[in-house]
Each structure stands twice: as C-alpha cells, then as structure tokens.
Design a protein around this ligand. Structure first.
Ligand code: SAH
Length: 343
C-alpha cells in the first residue's frame, strides 16, 4: 500500500468505504493468521519509572502514585495461572525501573521457563545490549517496545531522553532482532501534535521494520501528565475509537502476517464492544491482565483503564466468551509469528 492510499483511508468518513476497509482487513487476517485469537497474559510487575514521558501516568515526577515491584514468587504465581488458564505467553511489563537488576530478571525468566512452556515477552523499556542479551540467553522470546511516533520532533517532545542517553527506539528494535528476539512495536493514536501525515508514516514504517507484533491504541490523556494540556495541531489525528479501527485495519493490510492485539486502550474507549470490533477489523491477539488486583490501580499509565477490578479468573472467562461470540477460537500454544520474515 502506498502512503497516499493509507492517508486516504485514514481520512475516510464514508460508512460504505469504511465497511469495505473492515472487510478487507478481516479477510486478510483470516487468510494469513487464521481464526485463532492468541492470549498473552500481561503481568505488570513494577510501576517504578525513571523516565519523564509526557503521556504516561507512571512518569517519575508523579510522587503521588504509590509504587510497587512484585516479587519473583508473585510473578511465578501469575505465570502458573497463565498456564492453568491455557494462555500461551506471558508478557512481563513494567515502567523503566532500574531497580530491576538484570540478573534478577534473568533468574525470573529462567524460573518461568523451567516450570512452564510459556513464551516470555519482555516490555521493560530501554536498557542496554548486555542486559537484552542476558535475558535472551535466559530464555526470553520476544520484546515489545513501541516507537510511539515516527515523527522525530514529536517523539523528542513526548519522550525526553534520559540524561545524556539518546532515546533511539528504532535502533534498539534492530538490535533486539539481531539478538534473536521476535520484536513488537507500535504507536499511540491521537497524540497531541500528531498529524495524519505522521500517522501514515507510522503505518508505512511498520511494514518497513517487518515487525512480528504491532500494538496500536488510542492516546488517553492522563490529567497528571504534561500531554493532557498540550495544544492540538492543525490536521490533528483524533484519539478516537473510529480512528483506532482504521489504524488496526490498515496495519493488517500492510503487515498481513503480524500479530496484532486488540488493545486494552481500545477497550477503555468502548467497554461493551471495543475488543470484539478490534478483532473483527484486523486484530488476532488479546492481552488479558494477570496482574494481582491489589496492584492494578497503581499501574496507571492512563486513567479509567478497562478491566481494572476484574480478577485474572474473571478476565479469562469474559474474554473467552467475547472471542467465541464473534465466531473465533481461543489460540493454543505460544502463537509465534506465522511465516518467514522478509529476506
Ligand atoms: N516502560 C515500557 C512499558 C510502557 S507501557 C515502555 O516504555 O516500553 C506500554 C505502552 O503504553 C507505551 O509504549 C505507550 O504506547 C502506552 N501508553 C502509555 N501512556 C499512554 C496513554 N496515556 N494513553 C495510551 N497509551 C499509553
């Protein structure tokens, strides 16, 4: 797909045209990754963060937010639940917490791998090459690191460097791939200052990077962050549900083989139907929350997150019902990327 075609679809308002976009994306999804919806159990294991991202409620400056870091035993308990629930993957996610020592996380990964056959995905932000290598050797399979926006100026504004270290997530993604990880990335939709042209470039970049996983969700302003009060730009992308479906569908069309989640941020905008509509318009993955309930409210990257009060058990039943209600099946096994990467 050429960029001007992507742009046209992003601006499309005609219901009939949109319906045909949903159908094309759904058809490609069915033909490439099939009907199985893979479940990746999300363990939000620490909300400490050294960064000052303008969009995120975990940013270091938020001294009012109670901070927690789960123990190895607590994390292992969550992994056991994932196995018991039939999930194929656990995702270990956290703020950029330099209190998490590389060896400790390596040991945690090893313990999960020893006890379960789950795939392990890491999403712990920007660390160094030795650490990424250590975790890969410990058995980690995948790494999620969203580049958030392909516009370098917008990125620098919303995601300031940490001290003198330049934040170059695209370089890190390349490094992670050479280390043998499956790599996932993605962007937020409707960041203040993001234009339609920026978003079209983001989608084109997904294809160029040949990503294994792509997560896209609406930007949800957190009142305790700078971005909640930023002015919008001319030609601003709206942070709406409708725009999110367009991006999910286009992402499927440009990256037919990728694993694409129907995200919690999308479900937050439409609790009743968001997950299902995402799945019907290109997505094939859901990330049910396994974080113990007592920590969930503190992992407040944005406010009013969907499913914050449900236990892991409730999430599991609710999601299974939702998946089956639209004629899809729950995926079995880790659900890796389906086919070869580009040469
Ligand atoms: N510290 C890790 C994990 C961050 S949370 C990292 O930086 O990679 C995962 C994703 O949540 C982020 O990459 C971002 O795209 C998304 N996110 C953060 N704040 C958000 C907000 N206010 N609205 C929507 N999505 C948000």
């Amino acid at each position: 797909m050429k960029k001007d075609q992507i742009l046209r679809c992003l601006r499309e308002e005609d219901e009939k045209q949109l319906e045909s976009l949903w159908q094309s994306a759904d058809k490609v999804r069915r033909e490439t990754v099939g009907d199985a919806v893979h479940l990746r159990g999300l363990i939000e294991f620490s909300n400490y963060c050294v960064r000052q991202c303008g969009y995120c409620g975990l940013r270091a400056e938020r001294t009012d937010l109670p901070r927690y870091r789960m123990t190895q035993d607590e994390i292992l308990d969550c992994a056991r639940r994932a196995r018991e629930f039939g999930y194929g993957t656990v995702v270990l996610q956290s703020g950029e917490d330099w209190g998490i020592k590389a060896d400790w996380l390596a040991e945690t990964i090893r313990a999960i791998k020893q006890e379960t056959s789950l795939a392990v995905t890491l999403s712990v932000g920007e660390r160094n090459e030795d650490e990424y290598r250590l975790w890969k050797q410990a058995g980690a399979d995948r790494y999620l690191l969203r580049f958030e926006t392909s516009n370098p100026e917008l990125y620098a504004r919303i995601h300031p460097n940490r001290g003198k270290t330049i934040s170059d997530r695209l370089a890190i993604l390349k490094l992670l791939r050479t280390l043998g990880y499956e790599i996932g990335s993605g962007v937020m939709i409707g960041i203040p200052g993001q234009t339609f042209d920026d978003l079209a470039n983001d989608i084109a970049l997904f294809a160029e990077l040949d990503l294994d996983m792509i997560g896209v969700g609406p930007f949800i302003p957190h009142p305790e962050t700078p971005l909640a009060n930023e002015p919008l730009t001319q030609d601003q992308v709206p942070n709406t549900e409708a725009m999110t479906y367009k991006v999910v569908a286009l992402t499927r069309l440009v990256c037919p083989q990728a694993n694409i989640p129907s995200t919690t941020a999308l479900a937050t905008l439409n609790l009743a139907q968001g997950r299902e509509l995402g799945l019907s318009r290109g997505a094939n993955v859901i990330m049910p929350n396994l974080t113990p309930v007592q920590y969930r409210a503190s992992y407040e990257i944005y406010p009013s997150k969907a499913c914050i009060k449900e236990t892991a058990e409730q999430c599991r039943h609710c999601l299974k019902k939702r998946i089956e209600s639209i004629g899809r099946t729950v995926g079995i096994g880790p659900g890796p990327r389906q086919s070869a990467r580009k040469p």
